[in-house]
Design a protein around this ligand. Structure first.
Ligand SMILES: *[C@@H]1O[C@H](CO)[C@@H](O)[C@H](O)[C@H]1NC(C)=O
Length: 117
């Protein structure tokens, strides 16, 4: 199973000084980090196979790096075998990831904001 994820700090949780202290970041610095990525699970073994971070932006940037929709899995090379993962993120990068989890050379390609699968 391949899913898109966005990692960010919960501003409500970290509005409490004791929770914020554990991070050793200031309130403004919480805004610096939106990371989108792909997570791959093996549903047979129920194990996390891989986490692939893709992009980092500030939360307040106009098109932050949120991964808002499902990745597409397709045999891009028509070779059979493992599928490639294609995913776009709101900040405009389109990634093609091969079955070992590495980003294919020539990617990401940068477009305007990507809003759908
Ligand atoms: C998933 O887990 C099963 C059971 O451990 C294993 O046999 C299989 O090879 C794994 N699949 C992949 C793609 O790693």
């Amino acid at each position: 199973m391949v899913i898109s994820v966005s990692y960010f700090f919960d501003t409500e949780f970290y509005s409490s000084p004791e929770n914020l202290e554990k991070l050793q970041l200031s309130t403004e610095e919480l805004d610096y980090y939106i990371v989108s990525g792909i997570v791959i699970f093996n549903l047979t073994s129920k194990q996390l196979v891989k986490q692939i971070p893709l992009a980092l932006t500030k939360a307040s940037s106009e098109h932050a790096a949120y991964a808002l929709f499902s990745p597409t899995l397709v045999d891009l090379d028509s070779e059979g075998g493992p599928l490639e993962i294609i995913v776009g993120i709101l900040s405009g990068q389109l990634f093609v990831i091969n079955n070992e989890g590495s980003i294919r050379p020539g990617f990401p390609k940068v477009f305007g904001p990507i809003h759908g699968q």
